[in-house]
Design a protein around this ligand. Structure first.
Ligand code: FRU
Length: 500
């Protein structure tokens, strides 16, 4: 079990203590999901980066392991990825089993920048022959030296089966760069993407590239995830994506280059990438993000540790048959069902304006945080707002479902502790859901933990992730309609047990 610290997430991964940011090196190997992460063990704010490490049989329950990579004479260990080198292309295998290779950015510490030198970030590798428990850095590092670009980081490596070679994609200021390699050591530049595509309100970071099949069709497309900070739709950090084609060397955007599509419309899902080497028979594209935002993550009011990861999600590609627009949907993984304890089902009901429809209530229903709820409401003819409210006698977190303009609006101004950063309370979140109003029902699923909520509309087509710090734990969750009655077709709340 885990110390019951104030605000400690019970269904999300957190480090035992100290500072954490991006998930790194997510790879599946021999029954274990590995999660490495940006970690500074000596403080609760960002500092010289290490790779922390944890493993899980199901992406839900985690075992903390010793730090995997420490800073060295080439610098701090920034974000990156890991792969299993099944064919020992690298030659690093020592025993019977294929080695695991980590590909990361070395960042030369302070000083480099002042000297007007832009070459202080470069890509390096390390290998492990004992299932990620111990690592050896390659002596020829870096494997991708820096040609003079200030922001040059966050390599994600994938195996291109069709071309029998490795592909590295990483962020370089306002674009991503693609390199290929036969052996993970010798890398050749292939192309750039993105200078004229998507959002450029901040620096590009943490890309990922993978193929997805369009749901209900044989069509396959490539998805490029790309985190940007600042410049997110609601301020600060956020993750956009592109859908296109990839020929082994070049990515071509299939969608409007001026449009920005966001994986999550909340303020707190950043630097997320997907797991490598998920067995083919599983077939899912599995994702985890950092539940934080650079606008305030270093000053949130947790004492021993800072930041949690999102719940694991699988990514799915849908295509609108009329507009031809592709959307990436995020769905909570089924493995989370192992946390379910008791459920309460609610009857179909038409709830008058101003009357609360209780989804969670500690006093009457005996339910507490953490929990998840799902409900469906009629959309037809609906013109006015309804709200989803989490509260306790002192504080309140509110989400307004605005039907007039099809916008989900999150407001944490009164959610508890908010004054630790100017831009926390007023970082209002909006997510457009007009598209979903074409369906007869709006389906909402949300997960509430001690200091976060993750909301999924219509099977993850629209997502909003937000952190908050209530002075006391929330004891109620309810729906309330502002003017006309709210037609609730179904609702269920499930108590969740702690993952620790
Ligand atoms: C994203 C990021 C990465 C970098 C890491 C440093 O949050 O800025 O670009 O590698 O964090 O900790």
């Amino acid at each position: 079990s885990f110390p019951d610290d104030k605000f400690r997430s019970q269904i999300h991964f957190t480090p035992k203590e100290a500072w954490m940011n991006d998930p790194n090196g997510m790879v599946y190997y021999d029954g274990e999901y590995h999660l490495f992460y940006q970690y500074y063990p000596d403080s609760t704010v960002w500092g010289p980066m290490h790779w922390g490490h944890a493993v899980s049989p199901d992406m839900v329950h985690w075992k903390h392991l010793p730090i995997a990579l420490y800073p060295d004479e080439l610098g701090y260990i920034f974000s990156g990825s890991a792969v299993v080198d099944w064919n020992n292309t690298s030659g690093f295998q020592t025993g019977e089993h294929p080695p695991m290779i980590a590909i990361f950015t070395h960042h030369e510490p302070v000083g480099a920048e002042e000297e007007g030198n832009n070459t202080y970030q470069y890509q390096s590798i390390a290998y492990s022959n004992d299932k990620g428990r111990t690592w050896t850095k390659y002596e020829g590092n870096p494997v991708v030296p820096n040609p003079g670009i200030k922001d040059f980081r966050d390599p994600k490596v994938i195996w291109l089966e069709d071309f029998q070679q490795w592909l590295m994609v990483f962020a370089a200021l306002d674009r991503v760069k693609f390199y290929t390699s036969p052996n993970l050591i010798d890398w050749k530049f292939q192309s750039d993407f993105g200078m004229n595509d998507g959002s450029h309100g901040g620096v590009w970071e943490c890309p990922d590239l993978f193929q997805l099949q369009v749901e209900g069709s044989e069509e396959k497309k490539w998805v490029l995830l790309l985190s940007i900070n600042p410049g997110g739709p609601n301020g600060g950090s956020a993750t956009q994506y592109f859908v296109g084609d990839f020929d082994g060397k070049t990515f071509t955007n299939s969608q409007d280059p001026n449009a920005s599509q966001w994986l999550d419309h909340g303020p707190d899902n950043y630097a997320g990438v997907t797991w490598s080497d998920i067995p083919e028979e599983d077939g899912r594209r599995l994702f985890l993000g950092w539940m934080g935002n650079w606008n305030y993550a270093q000053v949130v009011p947790t004492e021993k540790w800072r930041s949690a990861m999102t719940i694991p999600r699988s990514l799915h590609l849908t295509k609108n048959q009329t507009s031809g627009v592709y959307t990436v949907a995020s769905r909570p993984v089924n493995e989370l069902a192992s946390l379910h304890t008791k459920s309460v089902d609610f009857e179909k009901e038409s709830v008058n304006a101003g009357t609360r429809f209780s989804l969670m209530n500690t006093d009457d229903l005996g339910l507490t945080v953490p929990f998840k709820s799902e409900f469906t409401v009629n959309t037809s003819g609906r013109q006015s707002n309804f709200r989803l409210v989490l509260d306790n006698p002192k504080t309140q977190e509110e989400f307004v479902f605005r039907f007039q303009d099809g916008t989900l609006y999150g407001n944490r101004a009164k959610s508890g502790l908010t004054d630790f950063a100017d831009n926390f309370a007023h970082q209002e979140a909006t997510a457009p859901f007009q598209q979903l109003l074409k369906e007869k029902e709006l389906k909402v699923e949300f997960f509430v933990d001690e200091s976060s909520i993750e909301i999924f509309l219509n099977d993850g087509s629209v997502v909003m992730t937000e952190v908050f710090f209530p002075t006391e734990g929330f004891t109620r969750a309810y729906l309330i309609s502002d003017d006309n009655p709210l037609e609730i077709n179904s609702a269920r709340t499930t108590q969740l047990k702690s993952i620790w």
